[in-house]
Design a protein around this ligand. Structure first.
Ligand SMILES: [Zn+2]
Length: 602
């Protein structure tokens, strides 16, 4: 009897230990997991938004009478601000063009040079004496261009334009040069030119037939020509990289962060069957979600060392009234959410339900089937509920990320978050503008909110998304991706292709990042926001001399990252920073001292 009792006790103890271990797994009590080390600074830190030094070093010439120039202007303005280039802008049809000698660089954002008139000769002599000029757009052949063409390295050019359907960077020019990037909806956009052998071509079409970016030294100075006509947000990095070829040393701040979002995760696990999941796995959707999709997603991210950021949807009921009901089924939320946290991930808010924060007076630009909330009070109650819900489930973290449902957010909804939910410190919507969406720049708004847009999405990374991803690696040294678990249920998002193929796309994009930017910081939404704060607060001043340049960083918080491109000579040491060589003359530096010295030699 006694022996038997002991056996039972032993079995009981074993069971308790196993239950305890299971509980630990489910509850996410492994607090020691290494999370992003980039601290999110409080609103009281009063982060500045991309301050520019007072002295204007660049003259930007635009043409308000020309459509291409008007469109390009918005992009170039943002590119210059993000690179911290302080500039004067002049409209060639309305303003007097000032003396070029007062500037280190001139950026010409015009397609037609004739309005510049005789001043074009001043521009070439400015370069001859050491000035740096970039022609930012392909230009129309006219007598003004004819006069200066040979100085830009053009030996022959015609009135016609090439259809440019792809882009290839030389190995020393842009990060991600290992691939050719295809252009959707290509058109005849680049000048037909033959270049002198003295030009240095940095980018061309895949077959090398059309030079897209080149430089031509003239006297003591340099011209850079962008013969690339797609001046849109998705291509900014190409123009920024071209601009960085102008001065002997170019230095610009970057964010240095990559994150991966799982939207609608955790959320109520879908019930029932899905045609394609049944076809490929003979499982219902919930089984597939738990036993295939989620383990695969975790494994792939883990293999690449990327922590995931999941954003919660509490319920899929579309009720937008003030009558908010809590979701009592929390087991799946516990299980999936804590597993994500255990792997170094983070949980944020996506919504009480999937209806965007848009009040009763809001009008959607396009009808995508969304509702509006019955009242401002209803929106507030919904946000109160989801913040309570997330707070009660995941005790090991403080949520700070908000991802608007379908990337749609009204001004009223944004205001509500800022004024009533101080725990939300960053909004991660979308980078590229689209139908109803809330498009963002990487910045810190005056109210302290960190705007941290996602760039690409889904498992099938199409040509346009790959081009944008490539562009942003060079513009801000960032990557931000999101996907939904229900991509697998939606034919428009690739369900018919099947998960085995889709997951290769997801894995392939992480492979791409590991190949082309192995040094990028892998972070969650919170870490990303901290990186944007440090980037945003910086003001960059650069003093050139014969042996390189001295850089002063105003607003350095603890550390910051910058891209350095040396165009004359080679590096003879960079002081005040940790240095990683990215490509030939291209470096990523981690700055820890507000004064950096970059030495160059022949
Ligand atoms: Zn969603």
């Amino acid at each position: 009897m006694k022996k038997r009792f002991r056996v039972i006790i032993r079995i009981l103890i074993c069971m308790i230990v196993i239950m305890g271990l299971l509980l630990v797994e489910r509850m996410g009590i492994r607090y020691d997991v290494k999370r992003s080390s980039i601290e999110l600074l409080p609103v009281s830190a009063a982060i500045r938004n991309k301050p520019l030094q007072e002295e204007k070093t660049c003259l930007f010439i635009t043409d308000s009478s020309e459509t291409n120039s008007i469109e390009a202007r918005l992009q170039f303005e943002q590119i210059l601000i993000d690179m911290r280039v302080s500039y004067d802008e002049v409209d060639v049809v309305a303003d007097e063009i000032p003396d070029f000698a007062a500037y280190k660089t001139v950026l010409v954002g015009c397609v037609n040079l004739s309005p510049i008139g005789d001043k074009i000769l001043d521009l070439t002599s400015y370069v001859y004496k050491g000035g740096r000029v970039m022609f930012g757009l392909p230009m129309e052949k006219d007598t003004t261009l004819d006069v200066i063409a040979s100085k830009l390295g053009i030996i022959e050019h015609s009135y016609s334009f090439h259809d440019v359907a792809d882009f290839k960077s030389s190995p020393d020019f842009m990060l991600g040069w290992q691939r050719v990037y295809r252009i959707d909806d290509s058109y005849e956009s680049s000048m037909e030119v033959a270049l002198s052998s003295s030009c240095k071509v940095y980018a061309s079409t895949a077959d090398d037939s059309v030079p897209l970016i080149w430089s031509s030294d003239y006297g003591e100075g340099r011209f850079v020509v962008c013969n690339f006509g797609y001046c849109e947000k998705s291509y900014r990095g190409i123009y920024a990289s071209a601009y960085s070829l102008l001065e002997d040393v170019c230095v610009y701040p970057v964010i240095n962060a990559a994150d991966f979002y799982l939207d609608d995760f955790p959320s109520p696990v879908p019930s029932g069957n899905s045609e394609y999941i049944m076809r490929d796995y003979r499982m219902d959707t919930a089984e597939f979600y738990s036993y295939v999709w989620w383990p695969d997603v975790l494994k792939i991210a883990g293999e690449h060392g990327f922590p995931l950021t999941g954003v919660v949807i509490e319920t899929y009921e579309d009720d937008t009234s003030e009558d908010i009901k809590s979701n009592g089924s929390t087991a799946d939320f516990y299980y999936f959410g804590n597993m994500l946290l255990n792997r170094g991930g983070e949980i944020g808010y996506h919504g009480y339900n999937h209806q965007p924060l848009c009040g009763p007076d809001y009008e959607y630009l396009y009808d995508e089937g969304y509702k509006v909330w019955e009242s401002a009070e209803a929106m507030k109650k919904a946000m109160e509920e989801v913040t309570r819900f997330v707070g009660s489930l995941y005790l090991s973290q403080e949520a700070c990320v908000y991802v608007p449902p379908s990337n749609v957010l009204s001004e009223e909804g944004r205001q509500l978050i800022v004024s009533s939910f101080p725990g939300i410190r960053t909004i991660a919507s979308i980078y590229l503008p689209g139908e109803n969406s809330y498009p963002q720049e990487y910045e810190v708004k005056e109210d302290g909110m960190v705007e941290a847009p996602r760039i690409i999405s889904g498992c099938e990374i199409g040509d346009y998304m790959m081009m944008t991803a490539f562009s942003e690696l060079n513009m801000h040294f960032v990557s931000s991706h999101f996907m939904h678990p229900d991509d697998l249920l939606d034919e428009d998002r690739g369900a018919a292709i099947g998960w085995e193929t889709l997951k290769e796309g997801y894995n392939g994009y992480m492979d791409y990042l590991d190949e082309v930017v192995p040094d990028i910081r892998k972070v969650t939404g919170r870490g990303f926001a901290g990186a944007v704060q440090r980037y945003s607060n910086l003001c960059v001043e650069k003093e050139d001399d014969d042996e390189g340049c001295s850089v002063h960083l105003d607003g350095l918080i603890d550390d910051a990252y910058m891209i350095v491109r040396i165009n004359k000579g080679v590096s003879a040491g960079i002081k005040g920073a940790e240095v990683v060589q990215l490509a030939g003359n291209l470096y990523l530096i981690r700055v820890k001292d507000e004064n950096v010295r970059i030495n160059t030699k022949r």
